[in-house]
Design a binder for this molecule. Structure first.
Ligand code: GCU
Length: 633
């Protein structure tokens, strides 16, 4: 997958001009106005993230990064709390990576001699002192580059939690908010011929107006949690493309290609050799062309969990070429049914976090990810809910390869500042970045715009706009959200204006755990008055792995197991039930779970414990899914 290469020999930097990007640290007008006031106005262009970054020529900047913990942001602000990188010189912060020039030059920080972090990787799991740390950490990597003429260069981050400020060779590139989506800066003309220094200030401090907001039920892992790449492209390159089956049409690919650069009008050939099909499109003055490709009858192997066929798709323009492995499948709803390639399917799922329970921390690589997805497959799942934020691109590609359907979600979680336009803009940006990144992945069938958001007029407006945004971005997939239920007597009702805006009646319910118990819960019934597929996005109970008692004793494996059996009875009574993602595949860390014996800052609703032990309910769910598989064969 990765083509790692050394930036080949060539003389120094291109004279590239730099436009001021939306996400740099000054209002656009301000940066331009300051241009005359010194070099600091030269900020890098923040460009739409390159599609299929791993399919490009690139240098991975992963590895050991030196770090400095900076709780008072001393490396960012002067003693008047004014940002150094906004000062006339733009210098003064830790991003200068300054070395003492003489014995009386007292520099009060040094990356040399500082400890290192394995990147990608959160800092919380790599240093016990940082387990609960929320604040700023500076991370520096040195790398060699020899930039070439006629090429463009992009510094790409898979994810940095939460707010990142990025500097190259002491110069500010820009900043980014949002801990789970990729971002990049164009660095053409900024790379030195030889050793370069990239410094990242990452700050995972939580704020009410962030996405996610202050309160969540997962560990706030900080740092550079996904790959860092330096990508090289031709001067005019394939910036983006979508190659998917048209909505509800198994005989036609519908999509587009987008070129960026100087020669935007070009011929682009899109071909799938294995199917013997190709089309040549001509991009317009904006570098865009629509792709419409008829497929041969009875020849296509449609992607499904049973046969996760991926085709090698080649996209070749005059100046650039990319290959991608893409599955062809359609996904739709019809009344209560979910149709995968036109056939009704039951989504046998489980929810999971982007966390390795065995060495608590963000999933670190393909091995970790495959472990999680294989556990789901061992339980006979064909589907996962990747909660509550975008997981890594590698995880989604693995789901493509392993044949696992995916519910992907943005962290609009619990109570957000609904009325602040900047908060909406942040949520919409994260949603857009998720769709842009994963729109060519067959495994992703549902975009979720949020979880357990409380009904109110400002919330309905906010969420309604998000639903419209995602539909405008991608009309080939379903839109969902994890809604809440309310109880009147023994009736549990799903009633939410947001349900009108989404394709599913999808909700979380905790019968037997947060309300009622194993003895009583069977007296309840669900009322779901939507002619839409019903997906139960969460249910479950905490069980400390290895703690055994009778099935009425909470925290025991027996209680959890019985609750699953009871829940199947309750949910099977819902006519439109077409899937579920019990909460949750494995125990996971949570700062909200302090019970010294039963929790110890773990949410124990896992079907697998933090030591990788399968709990009783794991097997109960597995056999329930065997029945469902038979039923929907
Ligand atoms: C909530 C929430 C999860 C949480 C779970 C729980 O519904 O969506 O993030 O972990 O319930 O309480 O265990």
């Amino acid at each position: 997958m990765h083509k790692v290469w050394k930036l080949l020999l060539l003389s120094s930097c291109l004279a590239a001009s730099f436009a001021v990007g939306a996400q740099d640290d000054q209002a656009p007008g301000q940066a331009l106005a300051n241009q005359g006031a010194g070099k600091r106005a030269e900020l890098a262009r923040q460009s739409p993230t390159l599609q299929n970054i791993y399919g490009r020529q690139h240098l991975l900047l992963d590895g050991r990064w030196s770090y400095i913990v900076d709780p008072y942001e001393t490396g960012f602000y002067n003693y008047r709390h004014q940002p150094f990188d906004q000062s006339p010189s733009g210098a003064g912060g830790f991003y200068d990576d300054r070395k003492p020039k003489s014995k009386d030059d007292a520099v009060e920080y040094s990356f040399e001699g500082s400890p290192t972090l394995a990147i990608p990787g959160d800092w919380n799991s790599q240093n016990a002192k940082l387990e609960n740390y929320e604040g700023t950490v500076w991370m520096r990597q040195l790398f060699n580059a020899t930039p070439k003429d006629g090429k463009r260069y992009f510094l790409y981050f898979g994810a940095v939690n939460y707010e990142a400020h990025v500097y190259l060779n002491g110069k500010k590139l820009g900043s980014h908010k949002g801990g789970f989506t990729p971002f990049q800066f164009e660095v053409t003309g900024r790379l030195l011929n030889g050793q370069n220094t990239v410094v990242v200030k990452a700050d995972n401090t939580r704020h009410q107006d962030d996405i996610p907001t202050l309160n969540t039920d997962w560990w706030n892992y900080g740092g550079i949690t996904r790959d860092v790449l330096l990508a090289e492209t031709p001067d005019t390159y394939i910036e983006d493309y979508q190659i998917q089956l048209a909505k509800g049409d198994m005989g036609r690919i519908e999509g587009y290609v987008q070129l960026a650069g100087v020669q935007r009008t070009q011929d682009v050939t899109v071909s799938i050799a294995e199917l013997g099909v190709k089309t040549v499109v001509h991009t317009d003055a904006n570098g865009r062309a629509v792709v419409n490709l008829a497929l041969p009858k009875n020849k296509v192997r449609y992607w499904s969990p049973e046969d996760p066929k991926l085709y090698n798709v080649s996209i070749a323009s005059t100046t650039d070429k990319l290959n991608d492995r893409i599955g062809l499948r359609t996904i739709e709803t019809r009344g209560h049914d979910i149709l995968l390639n036109g056939k009704s399917v039951f989504l046998r799922g489980v929810s999971l976090h982007d966390e390795n329970p065995l060495i608590p921390g963000r999933l670190r690589g393909e091995g970790d990810m495959r472990m999680m997805l294989q556990w789901a497959k061992d339980m006979n799942c064909n589907y996962v809910r990747l909660a509550h934020y975008p997981h890594s691109e590698e995880m989604i590609k693995l789901a493509d390869e392993m044949g696992i359907l995916v519910w992907a979600e943005v962290p609009v979680y619990w109570t957000i500042s609904w009325e602040k336009p900047e908060v909406y803009a942040n949520a919409a940006q994260q949603l857009t970045d998720l769709v842009v990144r994963d729109k060519n992945r067959a495994s992703v069938i549902i975009w979720s715009i949020g979880n357990e958001t409380p009904v109110s007029a400002p919330r309905n407006a906010f969420m309604g706009k998000l639903a419209d945004t995602v539909r405008a971005l991608d009309r080939t997939r379903l839109v969902g959200a994890a809604l809440e239920v309310h109880r009147t007597g023994d009736v549990v009702t799903v009633e939410d204006p947001l349900a009108e805006k989404i394709d599913l009646a999808s909700f979380n319910e905790y019968a037997g755990w947060y309300w009622s118990n194993n003895k009583e819960m069977l007296k309840f019934s669900f009322k779901v008055n939507y002619n839409k597929p019903v997906l139960v996005t969460e249910f479950g109970a905490d069980a400390l792995g290895g703690y055994h008692a009778d099935s009425d004793t909470k925290w025991s494996e027996e209680y959890q197991d019985q609750l699953y059996k009871n829940t199947f009875k309750l949910l099977d009574a819902i006519p439109g039930l077409r899937g579920m993602t019990p909460w949750v595949l494995t125990d996971f860390r949570s700062p909200r779970r302090p019970h010294p014996y039963f929790q110890d800052f773990w949410n124990r609703k896992g079907l697998i414990s933090e030591t990788g032990k399968k709990k009783q309910a794991f097997y109960t769910l597995k056999s329930y899914y065997e029945q469902k598989q038979q039923q929907y064969k």
